[in-house]
Design a protein around this ligand. Structure first.
Ligand SMILES: [Zn+2]
Length: 471
């Protein structure tokens, strides 16, 4: 009797589950257009140095067609209203990505192979329960050896995806490798059954929380969205690791594996460098290069601000003095612990450091990107060293600036610095004219180029209305 009852209950659950799957899948058979808005959590990128994780305003628009063609647009807003906005178009042969704002990657077209494209597409599908439902109907099977009602299938890249269901047969969650997804607050909007929230976790750490989710079935004409603007081409080779002269005794490192640049100034007694990206191995290579050129040890490392990518190489400079903005030392200790160099000094007012026959000015700046900013100025060469206040790509037009560019201009003006060149940790060396050019074109940070509403707001964001992608 008990067994029979159990079988009936299981059959009822299985039937509720298959109703759920067919209901979700049927409008999605030709593909789906999706808009997502939410928050992503980025370790060691926060505004306040005491906070370990930044809450980044994240948007995403996707078109995922049944034949494997797809579009992904993303927009993320970091502290100081610094926006990353990328677009990827892919199919079964590979995918191509561009930087829509052109500040980080300029006019580079990043091409990735079929395997990468298949993995990326499979991961985008995890954000669309309707598509997972179609996959489960087509090739889902009970998880081997486990009688918990979960279904498993192989994703487009051959990896196992597991779906789990609530007591009511609703799709509750999914897992792909280390990453798990929770689909919550199900409701019906314009005939679409959708979760009101998707929580993404890597292990136990929440990485993204999507809280506004709109979707519609793909329709004829959507293919027009599967395109990239003209004028992008493959990156130039980065060349070997080397020091490029900026003026007498001032240099920057080019050709580092990460593409980050470390600026440095050589005095009679030692070398001061600006930032220690992005990991210890790279910093060791960079240090060896610098000391070979300079013929002197690195004696000072100025940290532009305490975001993880600017400080992770510090253990390669354990014998140097580290200069960091006021309030930044605790953030360095938190990130590097025992491997942080022992001499760390917080700089809260402007000062000059004498390297022997050469003085470098260090200027603090409470920026909207980070309140612990330090900017360096080497008067002899007229070089200004800064991190994340002004961006110019390795190649491509001078991009629109961010509000942080205004802060940099105000600092240069207030200190009457005779600047010739502006070196950033990212991108090529710029001029004051480039900086003014960029700042004249700062966009309203509320303009996100329709990312996060492109698919479901055709009135505002249709392909024809898409001229709004440059800032
Ligand atoms: Zn930063």
């Amino acid at each position: 009797m008990v067994n029979a009852f159990l079988l009936v209950a299981l059959a009822a659950t299985a039937s509720a589950r298959s109703d759920t799957l067919s209901g979700l899948c049927s409008p999605a058979r030709e593909g789906v257009a999706v808009d997502l808005t939410g928050t992503s959590y980025r370790p060691e990128q926060s505004y306040a140095p005491a906070e370990t994780v930044a809450e980044v305003d994240a948007r995403q628009s996707m078109l995922l067609l049944a034949d494997g063609r797809f579009l992904l647009r993303t927009s993320s807003l970091y502290p100081g209203d610094i926006e990353f906005r990328f677009r990827t178009v892919g199919d079964r042969t590979g995918e191509s990505t561009i930087d829509e704002l052109g500040w980080r990657e300029g006019d580079v077209l990043q091409r990735d192979d079929a395997a990468t494209s298949a993995r990326d597409l499979a991961e985008l599908r995890m954000l669309v329960p309707a598509l997972l439902a179609c996959d489960a109907l087509e090739r889902g099977a009970p998880r081997t050896g486990v009688d918990d009602g979960a279904l498993a299938f192989k994703d487009g890249a051959g990896r196992e995806v597991t779906l789990t269901f609530g007591a009511d047969g609703e799709l509750a969650g999914a897992r792909l490798g280390e990453t798990s997804y929770r689909y919550e607050n199900w409701h019906v909007r314009e005939g679409q059954r959708l979760p009101g929230r998707i929580v993404v976790l890597r292990g136990s750490r929440e990485t993204t929380r999507w809280t506004r989710i709109h979707a519609r079935p793909a329709r004829p004409g959507d293919e027009a969205l599967l395109s990239l603007p003209e004028g992008y081409r493959a990156a130039d080779p980065a060349g070997p690791l080397r020091a490029t002269t900026l003026g007498e005794g001032a240099y920057r490192i080019d050709g580092a594996p990460s593409g980050y640049h470390t600026g440095f100034v050589v005095g009679e007694r030692g070398v001061m460098l600006f930032d220690a990206p992005v990991d210890v191995e790279e910093a060791r290579q960079v240090r060896a290069r610098i000391e070979a050129i300079a013929g002197r040890p690195v004696t000072h490392v100025v940290i532009s601000h305490v975001h993880g990518d600017h400080v992770a190489g510090l253990p390669a400079y354990r014998d140097a003095e580290v200069l960091v903005g006021a309030g930044g030392a605790a953030a360095l200790r938190r990130q590097l612990d025992e491997s942080l160099p022992s001499r760390v000094r917080e700089v809260d007012t402007g000062e000059e450091v004498d390297l022997g026959g050469r003085r470098v000015r260090i200027l603090p700046l409470a920026s909207a990107h980070s309140p612990t900013m330090l900017v360096g100025f080497d008067a002899r060469s007229g070089t200004l060293f800064q991190g994340d206040l002004f961006y110019i790509p390795e190649r491509g037009a001078v991009p629109a600036g961010f509000a942080t560019g205004r802060e940099l201009i105000a600092l240069i003006d207030a200190a009457s610095l005779p600047v010739h060149a502006i070196v950033g940790v990212h991108g090529r060396t710029g001029t004051p004219r480039d900086l003014h050019d960029a700042v004249a074109r700062i966009a309203n940070p509320a303009d996100r180029g329709c990312v996060g509403e492109q698919m479901t707001r055709p009135d505002r964001c249709a392909p024809g209305a898409q001229s709004n992608t440059t800032r």
